[in-house]
Write a new protein. Structure first.
Length: 114
């Protein structure tokens, strides 16, 4: 089982970015999936969760109203659309299964700076 995050980059405050997570080695549609983020030297922080059928989503207060989690089970891919980005959103973003997490991927760096 493997998770590969991509799509990060440098964006100005107020800008938008979409990151992706390609899953392989397990039946993606059988699992609730989450996004997390981590700043160097700090604990990994939960960001959002989407249920296995995509019908329910939940967000950390810090990103609610600005971020949207979605999934394409046919493509075994998880997405995080990030709008109105702030400097404090700067972090490495990771995905994982909510229950029975597997080995973390390499993450994708998102930097919000002018």
């Amino acid at each position: 089982a493997q998770l590969v995050e991509s799509g990060g980059g440098l964006v100005q405050p107020g800008g938008s970015l979409r990151v992706s997570c390609a899953a392989s080695g397990f039946t993606f549609g059988d699992y609730d999936m989450s996004w997390y983020r981590q700043v160097l030297g700090k604990e990994r922080e939960w960001v959002a969760i989407i249920r296995l059928d995509g019908r329910s989503t939940y967000y950390a207060d810090s990103v609610k109203g600005r971020f949207t989690i979605s999934r394409d089970n046919a493509k075994s891919t998880l997405y995080l659309e990030m709008n109105s980005l702030k400097p404090e959103d700067t972090a490495v973003y990771y995905c994982n299964r909510w229950n029975f997490p597997i080995r973390w991927g390499q993450g994708t760096q998102v930097t919000v700076s002018s």
